[in-house]
Design a protein around this ligand. Structure first.
Ligand SMILES: Nc1ncnc2c1ncn2[C@@H]1O[C@H](COP(=O)(O)OP(=O)(O)OP(=O)(O)O)[C@@H](O)[C@H]1O
Length: 591
């Protein structure tokens, strides 16, 4: 109950912060509407008693007009309130969505490599469209039904406090059981999130283009549907179980309430027969009894739903609080150091291990990079090349050792300012299902309208398969008039994105993995041109591509095994020699 109160307070505070005006109007209108049933009951009682007692017509007419005015007025206020509620809900969902998107955008890469983060986001995103506004609805409903319930009990107590007390017996004892079911329902939903995501993923595989060819070719349809069904059938079983429990409780509640209601009515009718009360009073007792029955049920369901919703809201608050912390951190760090250009980056004994893994992905890496140097990183799969790039680009911040940027520790440099100096092509670059201008312009969002630089980049990379005069051209196949590109063409567009930015450091992770040899040569020529006087780093599996670099870093099992020119490594580094040999098929098969 304490949680219920504090979470409801927090929910109202959140809604108040986001939608102050609408919330106040709704609360006031709801308050107004909630006293109307009692007023009309009182008026109808007086009306009936006046008619039976043959009182003057004027009084009867005044009572009738008041009765009709309140009934019509309450209808109108109810409709106006519904408009504000709708308005609040739409705005609330929109604003909360923006908060969640902001939070996700501010997260760290390590958060996104953790399945619990996905669960957390999924839990929040999946229900954000209705849970917060449902919480508000339930709070208002609770407030309204409580007012009606308390008012009705007071009204009935004026006739008999014992009967009023009797009518509250069942609702009071049911509260506990309703809360227990609410708790159980939330726990089930909470725990099934991982499976929920898996079933979503299985559905995604079967219904999207990226996987269609394999699903068809390997005949995976049945297998995937069966796996999906196993998860969903378990959910259905759990849901039915809960429904059964809820229905059982509802039936017990309903029977108890009706039996007690019948006892109260029996006592009222007997009192009317003996002449202790008037006919009008009997009618109002019948009405108030039914109001107590329905409002106590309303209180039960509101508490149950509120409890269930508040557990969701708790997760939402945790998420928002985490986001606010991240924002503050960023502000603190950014103030410490200014960088306008980067000339040297020095790594001193840098180690990194992924969360929940024991082995080090990077082991005591020592490395210095200077402006004007083009550096290639080579090494077998899993040797730590991409991890090194992610540490260098500050995507992972919790590495051991020290990274100095122009002598300033990287941890003292704000993420935003540091990233302004970098341009990166990731190994798993994104194929944005968006127009060409955004596909390239995302590399430097501040200058997305600078189409001249965009066109220059396209020419440098020989992107002649797209018309540079038609930057609005939609790419991909998800949206209308989209132009699908080949794997290599997408890679060239992603390269244009990283070339679009004017940076001090250019980093390309396997920039030519999908390119033909001619395109590969063109890309490296452009890269060398682009990085004159700057720090240029690229990862490649091809020695042929790496051999012209000023410095080649050879990595294995998270360590740097050697650094040097092609000539130096060909003489001194066994792993490099092996890689070079393997690249030439004749020699490889001869070995
Ligand atoms: N997100 C992650 N969580 C846990 N371990 C990871 C993660 N990413 C990579 N690793 C592990 O870290 C090690 C280095 O991976 P990394 O991606 O840096 O290798 P790489 O040299 O770039 O490989 P490749 O040439 O195949 O791209 C590997 O053993 C890999 O399994």
């Amino acid at each position: 109950m304490k949680n219920l109160y504090s979470n409801t307070k927090k929910t109202l505070k959140l809604i108040y912060d986001l939608e102050k005006k609408n919330l106040i109007v709704i609360l006031l209108l709801s308050l107004l509407v909630s006293v109307v049933p009692l007023l009309t009951t009182y008026l109808s009682q007086e009306l009936l008693n006046s008619i039976v007692a043959h009182q003057v017509l004027n009084r009867v007419m005044v009572l009738l007009i008041a009765f009709v005015s309140f009934t019509v007025g309450s209808e109108i206020v109810g409709q106006i309130s519904a408009i504000f509620e709708q308005k609040l809900q739409v705005n609330l969902v929109y604003k909360l969505n923006k908060i969640i998107m902001n939070a996700c955008g501010d997260m760290k890469l390590k958060d996104f490599e953790n399945s619990e983060t996905y669960n957390q986001i999924e839990r929040i995103n999946g229900q954000i469209a209705f849970k917060p506004s449902q919480s508000l609805d339930m709070t208002i409903n609770l407030m309204k039904t409580m007012i009606t319930l308390i008012g009705s009990i007071i009204f009935l107590s004026m006739w008999s406090w014992k009967m009023a007390l009797l009518l509250t017996l069942v609702p009071l004892t049911s509260i506990y059981y309703y809360i227990q079911i609410g708790k159980r329902e939330f726990n089930i939903q909470y725990q099934r999130m991982e499976d929920e995501r898996e079933s979503w993923y299985l559905n995604y595989i079967l219904t999207h283009d990226f996987s269609f060819k394999e699903v068809k070719f390997y005949d995976l349809k049945e297998y995937i549907i069966n796996k999906f069904s196993r998860i969903k059938e378990n959910f259905i079983k759990q849901d039915m179980d809960l429904l059964y429990q809820k229905s059982k409780l509802s039936i017990l509640f309903e029977v108890g309430v009706q039996i007690i209601g019948a006892i109260v009515l029996f006592v009222a009718i007997t009192a009317a027969y003996s002449g202790t009360i008037l006919v009008g009073n009997v009618v109002s007792i019948i009405k108030v009894t039914s109001m107590i029955q329905s409002s106590s049920k309303g209180v039960m369901t509101s508490i149950y739903a509120l409890y269930n919703n508040n557990l969701y809201m708790e997760k939402l608050f945790e998420f928002i609080e985490e986001f606010v912390q991240i924002e503050n951190e960023e502000v603190l760090i950014t103030d410490n150091a200014e960088i306008t250009d980067i000339h040297d980056i020095e790594l001193k004994k840098v180690s990194y291990h992924y969360p929940e893994t024991q082995s080090l992905a990077l082991k005591k890496v020592d490395l210095t990079l200077h402006a004007g140097e083009r550096v290639a990183i080579v090494g077998p799969n899993g040797s730590g090349k991409s991890t090194l790039i992610k540490v260098l680009t500050k995507l992972y911040e919790n590495s051991e050792g020290e990274i100095l940027v122009d002598g300033v520790p990287l941890r003292e440099i704000g993420e935003t300012k540091y990233k302004q100096q970098l341009s990166v092509l990731f190994q798993d670059f994104v194929k944005y299902e968006l127009p060409l201008q955004e596909n390239i312009g995302f590399g430097d969002i501040q200058n997305i309208s600078d189409t001249e630089i965009m066109k220059t980049c396209m020419r440098e990379l020989n992107i002649d398969f797209l018309d540079e005069e038609d930057l609005n051209q939609q790419l991909g196949i998800w949206f209308e008039n989209g132009r699908q590109l080949s794997g290599g063409q997408w890679q060239k567009v992603a390269l244009a994105r990283s070339f679009f930015k004017k940076a001090s450091v250019y980093i390309l992770d396997e920039p030519s993995s999908a390119l033909d040899p001619i395109s590969e040569k063109e890309v490296f020529d452009s890269f060398y041109e682009k990085t004159k006087g700057k720090i240029g780093i690229f990862i490649s599996h091809r020695i042929l591509a790496a051999q012209n670099a000023d410095k080649i870093i050879v990595m294995d099992k998270g360590e740097i095994v050697d650094i040097g020119t092609h000539a130096h490594l060909m003489k001194n580094c066994r792993l490099y020699q092996e890689m070079e040999r393997a690249e030439s098929y004749e020699e490889y098969f001869a070995a």
